[in-house]
Structure formats: structure tokens, C-alpha cells
Design a binder for this molecule. Structure first.
Ligand code: MN
Length: 501
């Protein structure tokens, strides 16, 4: 098919005989012809996504530059979307390639490579998919990437998440996990990072999760950081300007990846523009499911990405929710703020055994560490060190926080129930409480005695009459599950091993 002299839009194509890839005798006209021919397949993937163009006005042997802002001479039928600049005043007017005329116009600008964002306008914080960018270091190649892609799939499969691979058209591979559900970059980025770090731990000889070039030698970087509102990834069906010959970022099947074991297998996964068009005519758009399949990320990531209540920020900052099963913090609803009245005491075998006393107030749990536990006798005052507010989900948290994580150790729900505030308030550092727990019943008095560098120290004492003493057996029994501390620790080990297998 000959390159048309001009587009339907009336735009005249210029310098169509210019050699863009001299080694392959591939001209600028060939590039325009390819993009027009592939438009039916590529346009649904580009629709409403701001793009960065990589322009090579003189072909791959000339200068190249990244173009984010629509050039001033862009015709008025080229759709754009203004996005505020991140570090300075003003907007970037991103091009939206929503029709064949715009696509051909970009090709005529020498835009060999098209790099869209993972989101569509106007939802700039909602990626439609997760992207794992597998980038081979020195001494590894596409076959190494294929092995790593299969490892990633081994993690996604049990989570019920489908993924679709494409070759980058350069050295690497990308895996797309369709979402098409309301997800933020906070969630997709945390998820991709957790997967990359998990594989780095289990396959240190094969996988790195950090950018450092030195560490990458002989390995594959799983670049999770692409899942960001400021990053673009090469479009499926985009030509690449990375080598002397034009290759296309092309979807491949998992079976094809499994067969990529040697140099011959690797060569089979490089597609010229013509080979790509032939393949598309035969197999169609293997990436069509990326546009349609609706999937949600595991809950822990979704929760992590939702806005966090200011009073729970410290709680969130101290913990890595890809490691610990403690509840992630979230925004406290107006409804939750109006409620109160529950309390929990957790027995916590961290570096030092202690009890955590938590009172529900304004939608979060005010918390104290009580090293010796809440007293039951009269006349005994115990220190209670105020710690960061905890989310309400912590009321029923029982299990083991992994070693090396904040508060690593076993946690038991030692007592749970409701309380009445008989007098005083948290802000004045004085609380008269009536506890109605399963173990503790009666009145207690808490009061702040000093502030050590921002850390408030309180005392807690039994008031009125002594409470029933807690027996040793009761002390080592969960009010939720009747389990002992040893049992909780052991159950966790069993669970951990079965999920690691
Ligand atoms: Mn604790």
C-alpha cells in the first residue's frame, strides 16, 4: 500500500521518502502507512489517554526528543487536555490520539514512539491497568524476561488476576493487569511494588526491584514505578526507535513466552511493522481484554490507597501493609466519628511483652501501651504510654506481626467490650471509665502525668472497688478465639507456610 499524499483531514504528509530506519529501508512514509493501517487496533488503546511522543524528525540516526506539550502549530482538530504542571506554573496541553487523523499527523511529525499514560482523562489518578515493565540488565535478554514474566504470573494467578504480556519492541517485556475498576495509583503502585519485592526476595539471582544498574547485571528489573500518575509506558502497537530496524511493541501469548528459551525463540518475538500487521490480520488484537476485563486488586492495597485520616497517618507511616496483616488506615467516615464506646485490650508479645489498651473515640482507637497490664486491685497505679491512634479495624486484630516489622510479635485480643465515659475527657488528660468487658468489669481512672518529648505518659488505676482478679489461664486466653499466645503464634506459622508454598 502506497503512502497517501495527505490525510483525510487535509494535512499534507511531508518528506515521506526520508529514511527513518536506513538499515531496513523503512521511510517516514512507511511509518505513516503503518500507523494508518494499525489505527483500528491501536486507537481503542490510546483513546483519551494523554500521550508523550518521542519524535525523530530525521529518523533513528538523528536527534530525538520527547514532546509532551502539543506544538503551537497543532491544527485545531487535534484534541488536547490541559494538565497542571507538577513543578512549575501553567499547564501541559497533552495530545489525545482519538482518531486516525491525529495518529497520522503525529507520525508525520516523526513521532516513531507513542507513550500514553495508564489513565484516561479526566480521571488522572485512576489507572486502567497495572503495568509491570520488565527490563533486562546486561547479560540477560528477552528469554530472561519471559522467565520473570511467568514468575509474575505465578503470583497473579492465585489472586485470580489475569495478565497480558507484550514485547516492548526493544529488549524487554511488559505485563498489563487490566483493572477497569476505580483504583488509584496509590493502590496499583503499592501492589506492583509488593509483587516486585516479593520476587526479588524469592529469586534474588533473577530479579531486582530497584533501579540501580549495577545490581541489574544478569537479572531483570521489575520496574513497578511505572504505575505513577507522572509516568508513561510505550503503547501497544507503537513502533520503537531503539534500534536500526523498526520493531513493534506487540502482544504475545503465554505459550509464546514459554517457548522463548533460546536466541531463536527470542528472534521470533521481534515483529517488524509489516509482520505486525500480518499477525494482527490473523490473530486480531490479543490486548483487547486489557480494555474490557474488570479486576480489583487485593483489598489491602485498595484500602492503603484511600485517603487516610490525619490522626492515623503516624500509624500508616510506621507499617508496611504488604508485610503485616494489621488493618490499613483509611478515612474515617462522618458516621464512624459519631460513634464510640468500644474498647479492646491486646496482649502483645513484641520485643517486650505488654498490653495495649484502646478506646474508641471519634472514629479511631486512642491507644496506650501498658507494660504491666490494667490493674485489678485497688491502690495499684500502672504506667500507660500513649501511642499513635489505631484504626477501628484493630479492635479485632489478632495474629502475628512479622519479625522485623514495627511491633513484630504475637497479638491476642485479651479483652473486648464497651465502655462508658463517666467523667473527664481525653484532651484534658483525665478519663473516668466504666469498662464492660468479658474479663474486666467496673470503674477505672486514667490521668496524664507528664509529656516526655511529645510522648504522653498516663497512669491507670482501679477505682471504687477491686475487680475480679484474672487467673493465669484467663490471662493466656483470647476472648475472641480462646487461643493461647503460643497457639496464635503457631497458627500463624502454619498459615504463613501454606501461603508461601
Ligand atoms: Mn503494642
Amino acid at each position: 500500500m502506497a503512502t497517501p499524499k495527505k490525510a483525510d483531514s487535509g494535512v499534507k504528509f511531508t518528506h515521506v521518502d526520508k529514511m527513518f530506519f536506513p538499515e531496513a529501508k523503512f521511510t517516514k512514509g512507511d511509518l505513516i502507512r503503518y500507523y494508518i493501517a494499525v489505527s483500528k487496533f491501536i486507537l481503542p488503546h490510546l483513546r483519551d489517554r494523554p500521550v508523550t511522543l518521542i519524535r525523530f524528525p530525521d529518523g533513528v540516526n538523528g536527534e530525538k526528543f520527547y514532546e509532551k506539550n502539543a506544538p503551537r502549530f497543532a491544527p485545531d482538530w487535534v484534541q488536547t487536555f490541559a494538565v497542571p504542571r507538577r513543578h512549575e506554573e501553567g499547564d501541559i496541553r497533552y495530545i489525545l490520539i482519538n482518531d486516525v487523523n491525529t495518529l497520522a499527523w503525529c507520525a508525520n511529525l516523526g513521532a516513531i514512539e507513542l507513550h500514553p499514560f495508564l489513565h484516561r482523562v479526566p480521571k488522572l489518578d485512576q489507572p486502567t491497568h497495572v503495568a509491570f515493565d520488565l527490563d533486562p540488565g546486561e547479560g540477560s535478554d528477552l528469554s530472561t524476561c519471559a522467565r520473570v514474566a511467568l514468575l509474575v504470573r505465578g503470583i497473579l494467578d492465585p489472586l485470580g488476576l489475569k495478565a497480558f504480556p507484550k514485547v516492548s519492541g526493544s529488549k524487554g517485556l511488559q505485563l498489563y493487569v487490566p483493572l477497569n475498576t476505580p483504583v488509584t495509583y496509590g493502590a496499583s503502585g503499592a501492589f506492583a511494588k509488593a509483587v516486585a519485592e516479593l520476587l526479588e526476595r524469592t529469586h534474588p539471582d533473577l530479579v531486582v526491584s530497584k533501579m540501580s544498574k549495577a545490581r541489574r547485571k544478569g537479572r531483570v528489573l521489575i520496574d513497578w514505578s511505572q504505575n505513577s500518575p507522572s509516568k508513561t509506558t510505550v503503547a501497544v502497537y507503537s513502533v520503537r526507535g531503539k534500534s536500526a530496524k523498526p520493531f513493534v511493541s506487540m502482544p504475545v501469548t503465554w505459550d509464546e513466552l514459554k517457548r522463548t528459551k533460546n536466541a531463536r525463540g527470542v528472534r521470533a518475538l521481534f515483529f517488524s511493522p509489516d509482520a505486525s500487521l500480518k499477525r494482527l490480520a490473523k490473530v486480531g488484537d490479543l490486548f483487547a481484554p486489557v480494555l474490557k476485563v474488570r479486576q480489583a486488586l487485593p483489598k489491602v492495597f485498595a484500602a492503603q490507597a484511600s485517603p487516610v485520616e490525619p490522626s492515623l497517618r503516624r500509624y500508616g507511616e510506621k507499617r508496611d501493609f504488604t508485610r503485616t496483616r494489621e488493618p490499613a488506615p483509611s478515612k474515617v467516615t462522618a458516621k464512624a466519628k459519631g460513634t464510640g464506646g468500644r474498647f479492646v485490650i491486646q496482649k502483645h508479645a513484641a520485643s517486650h511483652l505488654h498490653y495495649d489498651f484502646r478506646l474508641e473515640m471519634d472514629g479511631t482507637l486512642k491507644s496506650w501501651a501498658v507494660p504491666k497490664g490494667v490493674p485489678t486491685q485497688l491502690g495499684v497505679k500502672r504506667s500507660a504510654f500513649a501511642v499513635e491512634d489505631h484504626p477501628l479495624g484493630y479492635l479485632k486484630f489478632e495474629g502475628t506481626i512479622p519479625k522485623g516489622q514495627y511491633g513484630g510479635g504475637t497479638v491476642m485480643v485479651w479483652d473486648i467490650g464497651t465502655y462508658d465515659l463517666l467523667g473527664g475527657s481525653y484532651s484534658e488528660g483525665n478519663l473516668k471509665l466504666m469498662l464492660k468487658g468479658k474479663k474486666l468489669k467496673g470503674e477505672w481512672h486514667m490521668f496524664k502525668i507528664r509529656s516526655d518529648g511529645g510522648k504522653d505518659v498516663w497512669l491507670i488505676a482501679k477505682s471504687q472497688v477491686a475487680a475480679n482478679p484474672v487467673s493465669a489461664r484467663q490471662d493466656d486466653s483470647s476472648v475472641l478465639t480462646r487461643r493461647s499466645m503460643a497457639r496464635i503464634a503457631k497458627d500463624n506459622d502454619a498459615q504463613w507456610q501454606s501461603s508461601a508454598r
